[in-house]
Design a protein. Structure first.
Length: 137
């Protein structure tokens, strides 16, 4: 399993961020390297002052999806940010902010939660991705 899991996160909704966190944690548990590239609304969700906020759900979740997510939280399910923190402890997960998205949203590195390892451009992301598939969420 040398091929990395490469995730491009665009959406900042909690359901999509949770899906990405679970995929990353599963890959890390198997010793597979993970590259996460944060763009636009996903990047915005990684701001230190917003990471613990409710980022809503994708429209297709509807009322039933909202209830299911709320029930899981009430039962003690970890947030996507906590899942990523725990996964990073396993090693092999690199989370990078997109430099273009940083410029567009007027975000500086000091605005970001410590989960984010740095800032890179798309070319660097693709170089790190190697021959591994890229999944867009």
């Amino acid at each position: 399993m040398d091929e990395p899991l490469n995730l491009v996160l665009f959406s900042g909704t909690d359901d999509k961020m949770n899906a990405a966190a679970v995929l990353a944690a599963g890959a890390a548990a198997l010793g597979r390297p993970v590259n996460i590239f944060l763009q636009y609304w996903a990047l915005d969700a990684f701001r230190a002052d917003r990471i613990a906020a409710d980022h809503g759900l994708a429209p297709e979740a509807g009322a039933a999806g909202r209830k299911a997510v709320d029930d899981l939280r009430a039962a003690g399910q970890a947030s996507w940010a906590e899942t990523l923190r725990q996964a990073k402890e396993l090693g092999g997960i690199d989370i990078e902010a997109c430099s273009l998205s940083m410029d567009l949203l007027h975000i500086t590195e000091s605005d970001l939660d410590p989960l984010v390892d740095g800032v890179e451009g798309v070319t660097s992301f693709y170089l790190n991705a190697g021959n591994g598939p890229v999944t867009f969420i």
